[in-house]
Write a protein that binds this ligand. Structure first.
Ligand SMILES: [Zn+2]
Length: 321
């Protein structure tokens, strides 16, 4: 053999893709005629090409299947939409025929929109299905509340809407924040965004309830009770998310905070009820205080253990250095 196998195997990929020079092609072919080893290498190169082809074909099949299912689900969505429009039409005619104008028809319409938001929207929307479905569901639910409120001439809309919004946020916010496209915008502040959403919708709900009940003592009382709880939730969140410490120390911080804050809270409510019952004469007893104190002391104990653990670890690190 004129050329050694290493040289030829370097040329083989070029030969296989037919991009080598005429001279190289001749050399390779002459060598291949007498060398079974290099022939084998060439065959294995061709096998790789076949693998690549299979992968490509697989992707094409998957893509065309996905397109097929998208078209199918859009079709199913329009069929269900048509079916939903039948009761809407019937109610429209009945309402017009029996009443002086359109009244309860709007309730039926809004109710069917709620159902449609859960069934049709995920079928028809090509991307971000979950986000769009949740938004459509929330919007149609608010619409339903609004329409019923107008029809019954109630004044409960804002309370119902704000409370529902708070509940839905509690449920949906984690799912929304941990999914594309919201996930990409929030990056590392997903937890913060969820906490902000909870606080905002909770505040909105309390505001709506306060304005609805028109009780002068509502806002001071609600503020006094809700503030420590909200502060506690934030303190726990901030501790777990942002403080760099061992788990025992973090647990200690959280439990201490819970003990102190619920202690303050139960103290305040006990004071208020005592004042109410005895016309301001202080005969104070707080049945929850011992419990809060023991929770607090468990927290402090964990704080101590956690601090010891981290001090011990630091000592170990320094020794290793
Ligand atoms: Zn060879």
């Amino acid at each position: 053999m004129k050329y050694n196998c290493d040289l030829i195997s370097d040329l083989l990929p070029l030969y296989k893709d037919e991009i080598c020079s005429e001279a190289s092609r001749k050399i390779v072919e002459e060598h291949l005629a007498e060398c079974p080893d290099c022939k084998k290498i060439l065959n294995s190169l061709n096998d790789v090409t076949i693998d690549e082809k299979i992968v490509k074909e697989k992707e094409e099949v998957i893509n065309s299947q996905a397109k097929f299912f998208k078209r199918k689900s859009a079709f199913a969505g329009s069929i269900i939409g048509l079916i939903f429009s039948i009761p809407i039409l019937v109610c429209l005619i009945v309402n017009l025929a029996t009443g002086a104008g359109l009244t309860w028809f709007f309730i039926v319409l809004a109710a069917i929109l709620v159902a449609a938001s859960l069934i049709i929207v995920p079928l028809m929307v090509p991307e971000n299905k979950m986000l769009t479905t949740m938004a459509a569901f929330t919007a149609s639910l608010m619409l339903l509340f609004g329409v019923i409120n107008i029809y019954t001439q109630g004044r409960w809309f804002f309370v119902a809407a704000a409370s529902t919004l708070f509940g839905l946020t509690m449920l949906f916010a984690p799912f929304i924040c941990f999914r594309r496209p919201v996930k990409n915008y929030l990056k590392k502040s997903k937890g913060l965004a969820i906490m902000c959403a909870y606080t905002a919708t909770f505040t909105l709900m309390m505001l709506c309830i306060g304005l609805h009940v028109k009780e002068p003592m509502f806002f001071p009382m609600a503020f006094a009770i809700a503030m420590p709880l909200v502060a506690m939730a934030w303190a726990i969140f901030a501790t777990i998310r942002y403080i760099r410490a061992n788990a025992v120390l973090k647990t200690g911080i959280c439990i201490t905070a819970v003990g102190i804050l619920t202690g303050i809270l139960s103290h305040m409510t006990a004071m208020a009820s005592v004042k109410e019952a005895t016309n301001g004469v202080v005969m104070y007893s707080d049945p929850w205080l011992p419990l809060m104190l023991s929770i607090g002391s468990i927290g402090v104990l964990l704080l101590g253990i956690g601090a010891l653990i981290s001090a011990f670890k630091k000592g170990n690190k320094n020794e290793n250095k």
